[in-house]
Design a protein around this ligand. Sequence first.
Ligand SMILES: *Cc1c(COP(=O)(O)O)cnc(C)c1O
Length: 226
Amino acid sequence: MTRIQQNLDRVRSQILHAELAAGRARGSVRLLAVSKTKPASDLAEAYQAGQRHFGESYVQEALVKQRALAGFAITWHFIGPIQSNKTKQIAGHFDWVHSVDRFRIAKRLSDQRPGYLPPLNICLQVNISGEESKSGIKPEQLEALVSEVAALPNLRLRGVMAIPEPETDYQWQCRPYRALSEAVERLAWPGFDTFSFGMSEDLKAAIAEGSTIVRIGSAIFGARTY
Ligand SMILES: *Cc1c(COP(=O)(O)O)cnc(C)c1O
């Protein structure tokens, strides 16, 4: 077994333990392997160990890997900040986008989604720690954006993504996720089924608060050197 495959095993068992600790069904949380900055050969190793969902943050870099891995049954997730001049490539080459935080971008993704592909799966990124610098809408903007984006024909609005401020205390890790999931519960949101919550350091808290997709990079592929 390679190092990446050992890492994957360890992360999978952490997810399983968190699912059971939270009284949730085994397999109810999907592992998204975040492979930004890593070569296609690393993704191929993870793929050999059964990993199918990969997350990328940089469009050009992702397209290079997609070409190298054509023929692999990979589900591609875009999780990085989105510039309007990149929406066409994202709409044409990804299955999911986690980082939609304005209507204009959602509209472009819908308009540019090729007709031969199924609707693009979308999560709205919500800034739940209130820092000005972070991307994501404010929780109070969620209701309006949900109703606008839900009306776009070539998108399938699945849920929310959040990246809270790092906290080491478990209770503090839970708090922003719980607040956002309560905000979602108060909305009428037909088709909602996704919380893209949790990274290596707060996976247990995120899963306790309902995460359905955890995004893990360096714990699988090793530290990134940019
Ligand atoms: C890079 C990234 C991750 C994974 O981060 P690691 O520290 O490598 O686990 C998760 N989510 C988003 C949005 C990212 O950009």
